[in-house]
Design a protein around this ligand. Structure first.
Ligand code: MG7
Ligand code: MG
Length: 306
């Protein structure tokens, strides 16, 4: 436990008392932050979603950042019938993915169908990998403000950072690489394209990551799991409700601080986000809050960077 003398009080952490920062259970968050400060960098890991979590939900110039699948769909060698069919699949399955009434167990079947059909579409034609880079480079400046600093600090502190995406890993890696944040402590777990011996696309590599299996159990048996499974202080970042489950599979004693970025219809979505995430940030296109928390863990003191 944290000694009284060193205990931080949530009320005194200015940045966590900003108007757009919503916290349902202040005692729990205060306790977790203190535990994380006490445990220090060696107990910590970060798990982040990619689309609209590392990338911005809103750009200053009003343009929209594409999702990782969206970037791939802009590649010039993609046959037009593939684009068309992929759009049909999106129109069919996306409403199921976000249906507030259907139970998750039922959705899983549809999501496996969606990702499988998309994989099947991406077979038997050639698509040079640098086409993805050419699209992704347009979004390297679309990362949340402070992402470079956050990733730099995590690397310097040797804190493992898992970027978990049910999207297309090739786009994710390309953006992160071109933005110069793909440091050695960063691991991307996602769906990656596979090529056959003739250099033609051959769907996705194993194992499929979809919306509802996006959690640490997907890592069992990998070297990364060995690296992180005893780091039981986890900061999660996501923009979708499902992202809050990314540390499922970690031992029950784990402290998991869930940060949710809410942009769409906050007045309608806030209650659900506050039930699901420990800290909800409304239209915050920066990494200031995760940075401030990391700063406290790093310095064992109030954040001095803001
Ligand atoms: N998503 C999932 N799949 C596809 C696809 O084939 N095309 C497009 N454009 N989007 C897709 O980042 C993960 C999100 O990407 C969407 C198979 C899903 O909505 C998923 O949540
Ligand atoms: Mg997302």
């Amino acid at each position: 436990m944290v000694g009284q003398a060193t205990k931080l009080h949530l009320d005194e952490i200015k940045i966590l008392n900003s108007e757009h920062v919503k916290i349902k259970d202040r005692i729990k968050v205060e306790h977790m932050i203190n535990e994380m400060i006490y445990g220090g960098r060696n107990k910590l890991q970060v798990v982040s979603d990619f689309d609209y979590t590392i990338t911005k939900q809103r750009l200053n110039n009003g343009e929209k950042v594409l999702s990782s699948f969206g970037m791939f769909n802009c590649c010039k060698s993609l046959p037009s019938d593939v684009i068309k069919e992929s759009q049909n699949l999106f129109n069919k399955y996306r409403p199921i993915e976000i249906d507030p009434h259907m139970p998750t167990a039922e959705k899983v079947i549809f999501m496996i169908e969606w990702w499988t059909k998309t994989g099947d579409l991406l077979k038997g034609f050639s698509l040079a990998h640098n086409e993805i880079d050419d699209v992704a480079v347009r979004f390297k400046d679309g990362l949340r403000d402070g992402t470079h600093e956050l990733f730099r600090d995590l690397n310097e502190l040797n804190v493992p950072c898992l970027v978990f995406s049910a999207g297309l890993g090739d786009s994710v890696v390309s953006v992160l690489k071109q933005a110069k944040v793909l440091h050695p402590n960063v691991k991307v777990v996602s769906n990656f394209l596979q090529y056959n011996s003739e250099g033609l696309l051959n769907g996705f590599q194993e194992k499929m990551i979809h919306t509802f299996n996006k959690n640490e159990t997907a890592l069992e048996g990998t070297d990364y799991y060995d690296l992180i499974h005893d780091r039981d202080h986890v900061i999660i970042m996501g923009d979708s409700l499902g992202d809050a489950g990314m540390a499922d599979g970690m031992p029950v004693t784990t402290h998991i601080l869930k940060i949710g970025f809410l942009f769409d219809h906050p007045e309608h979505n806030l209650p659900k986000y506050m039930d699901t995430f420990d800290i909800v940030l409304i239209d915050d296109q920066t990494m200031n809050i995760p940075r401030a928390i990391l700063e406290m863990i790093k310095t064992k003191d109030y954040p001095k960077i803001f």
